[in-house]
Design a protein around this ligand. Structure first.
Ligand code: URA
Length: 439
């Protein structure tokens, strides 16, 4: 441990609302990762950050130190165009990364994607991919680079070697009520994301009932914090704030979302999902230097979605990561639930609300997620929406289909789904899909 600092003094300084220097942050993160600084001092430090925040320079230093605590990939100059990744702060039915990665890769831009697992009521890209028989998300660093070079896209998760400081700090935050703190969230997300080596990033900060940040103001604060980190790390980035008041698309649950991904990659599927894939894809092609403007980017993405190239690229990624590529042409090879039951509309009218967080919890209760870290996921479980906000419905008509392997789970899932649903007279106010774009 450096003789120049005492953890006590750094905690004291932040507790009193003063800004920390880079070497003080380095000392705290490095010391904690090595085990020199105990949990109770890091917990006090995190609580001091929770109350007093961090400015851009402090947040960037924190991210940098957390990233440097483990393996970092340098992809600079390896490919003829910049590598670009996308990050979403997570939501319900948010499967955008799945069709987006092969679509962008099919346009010639390598996508080194670092993804996460379901957190709370939200689903995770890694869990969704693992519903494809054989798919491996735990590639080694060398395997990741090999797949990326050969196929153009690879999707992995955090291992023990990537940002170990984040893993340890997140575990402490989880039990000390310090998760919902913007600089800590921004540093946690980007320390992992940047470790996988993308040279540019598209960020998707969700806003609304099913998002981490429920208000537009908080979503903007998180967006600005993440953009500040990317700027200081020299990685060009664009941030979209997008709606998560109701689920994205119609499918919620792992294998069900893979099916919807395949629809999107076949030029079909829900319009909101397709719009985000095309918008983010166009921005990624622009950041990579592959196209001159968004219009050209949109055209390129739409072309690969309609001519089968993006779908073929997805099958290639699946095969390269050990999965069954035939499942992409024949989704019957994916896990399917034994019990599928309708939720019927309790009255006639217009769907006023489908509160995303409650729909996410309903899916969790059907077995699609974990309520404890040790829980086993039922990959086939989840919900398919027959109606979305603004749709007319008649009493007794299906609003959604519940999928479950264990029929005992259906009553709780149904009750929670009904709590999410509001049917009334008149048209609800239409919400935007994309609220804001920040650079
Ligand atoms: N996701 C992360 O990876 N970290 C956070 O702190 C919050 C969401």
């Amino acid at each position: 441990m450096s003789p120049n600092f005492l953890p006590y003094e750094i905690i004291f300084k932040k507790r009193n609302g003063r800004r920390l220097d880079r070497d003080e942050i380095e000392f705290m993160v490095g010391g904690f990762t090595r085990g020199d600084i105990p949990d109770y001092q890091m917990a006090a430090f995190l609580m001091a950050v929770f109350f007093h925040g961090m400015d851009d320079a402090e947040t960037a230093a924190l991210t940098q130190e957390m990233m440097a605590s483990g393996e970092v990939l340098d992809l600079h100059g390896r490919f003829p165009v910049r590598t670009v990744d996308k990050h979403s702060t997570g939501g319900v039915g948010d499967k955008v990364s799945l069709p987006l990665t092969p679509a962008v890769a099919a346009c010639g831009v390598p996508v080194p994607m670092m993804s996460g697992r379901g957190l709370g009521h939200t689903g995770g890209t890694l869990d969704k991919l693992e519903s494809i028989p054989g798919f491996r998300t735990n590639l080694s660093k060398d395997e990741f680079v090999q797949v990326l070079s050969r196929v153009g896209g690879a999707i992995i998760g955090q291992t023990d070697k990537i940002a170990p400081a984040d893993r340890k700090m997140y575990a402490l935050r989880d039990v000390t009520a310090t998760v919902d703190c913007i600089p800590l969230i921004a540093a946690s997300i980007l320390s992992k994301k940047l470790a996988a080596g993308p040279e540019a990033l598209v960020l998707d900060v969700k806003t609304g009932h099913g998002a981490f940040m429920q208000t537009l103001a908080d979503s903007k604060r998180l967006a600005r914090a993440m953009l500040g980190i990317c700027r200081k790390a020299g990685r060009p980035a664009v941030c979209f704030i997008t709606d998560m008041e109701q689920p994205l698309g119609r499918a919620i649950g792992n294998a069900l979302e893979i099916r919807e991904t395949i629809e999107c990659l076949s030029g079909e599927g829900p319009a909101d999902l397709r719009e985000l894939v095309v918008t983010f894809g166009a921005e990624m092609l622009k950041l990579a230097g592959r196209v001159k403007n968004s219009e050209e980017g949109r055209k390129a993405i739409l072309t690969v979605l309609s001519n089968g190239q993006a779908r073929r690229k997805f099958a290639e990624i699946v095969e390269a990561q050990g999965g069954d590529p035939k499942a992409i042409d024949d989704p019957a090879r994916l896990p399917a639930a034994r019990h599928v039951v309708a939720v019927e509309a309790p009255k006639s009218g217009v769907v006023q609300r489908l509160a995303a967080r409650d729909v996410g919890v309903a899916s969790l209760l059907l077995g699609a997620g974990r309520t404890r870290a040790s829980d086993k996921i039922d990959f086939a479980a989840g919900i398919v929406l027959a109606k979305k906000t603004g749709d007319r419905v008649k009493k007794g008509e299906p609003v959604a289909w519940l999928h479950a392997g264990d029929p005992a789970r259906i009553p709780d899932g149904r009750a929670r789904f009904l709590a999410a649903l509001k049917i009334g007279a008149g048209r609800p106010k239409k919400r935007k899909l994309i609220w804001q774009i920040l650079k």
